[in-house]
Design a protein around this ligand. Sequence first.
Ligand code: PLP
Length: 373
Amino acid sequence: NPSRSIVNFSAGPSALPYEVLEIVQRELVSFAETGLSVMELSHRSATFSKIIHNAETLVRELLKVPENYSVLFLQGGGNGQFASVALNLINLKPKKSADYVITGYWSDRAAIEARKYGTVNTVLPKTDKYESIPPLEEWNLDPEASYVYICDNETINGVEFHEDITRALNGVPLVADCSSNLFSRPIDVSKYGLIFAGAQKNFGPAGVTLVIVRNDLIGHAMTECPTIFDYKIQAGNNSLFQTPPTFGIYVCGLVFEWLKKHGGMEQIGKVNQMKADLVYEAIDNSKGFYNSPVVAKDRSRMTIPFRICVDGKPNDALEKEFLAEADKKNNLKELKGHRSVGGIRAAIFNAISLEEIETLVFFMKDFQQRHQN
Ligand code: PLP
């Protein structure tokens, strides 16, 4: 990212492509021929209609979304969808029950929310150490479940699904929280009943929540479902039932154009894999100085938590020093791990370039050399 020397490794709100920020800056006070800021445009105006239509078209193009899916731009973030998913889908089958595959903090939160509206069956044995995804053969799946829920990338724990799990699901619709990995690689949307993601990690500002939902799953909301959370109402009104997050949708559209310009999902996916490989290599070749707790096959390409160890144990003082040096001397910002797990976390979303990862890895190796006994 040649345009600025600061690198933002925050897990959300996260780095946005600098080129996009510059376009936003240019257009902020006067958008196209309107003479108005995008923020001032009516959501019913022809200009905003074009903006939201363009954003939807790009989502469909980039992710190859099949015709029988609706693309919704909503509000309420990931947590809003934890409730929405259950409110809309848990009554799909008479048992009013859903299967939750808990592989980290966020799928756990989603299950807690869903329990308010129906029965939640936890597919995996309970654990507080999220370091791998158990083999499919060991999952306790219920063929009568209304849906199976996963968090495709656990942002805090760094556990990501890399395998097509739908073969084990007996046709039960798969719901995926892709908040921290949508638009990071190609995805076969047809395998999912519903995908949702908050924009603030990989494709826009906080405030926009993208939902991609198969049309036959729309129209089954519980009567208690708030109108703004009802997918049928939102799809029927092209996401304009209420005032949508207009400015955010505009920025998402710019990010989608940026993704297309940079080669689309295939190319973006390749670069993201290279980036992740560089960081994991630095960890795995550090002779135990850096330690990633996640088993290799389930490691996230987007959010990489790791510890700095002395004599095989995490060392808080050294981690503090690492973070301070990274920030103050190297402009590598926001590398602190989530408060629930501690340590370091590198969130390396699309806006972080390969060169910026090389800078991080260079710093990691240099720090190790100076501090490993
Ligand atoms: N799901 C995932 C995977 C997340 O990483 C987060 C937040 O970091 C959430 C859900 C919650 O999103 P929000 O803060 O938009 O409610």
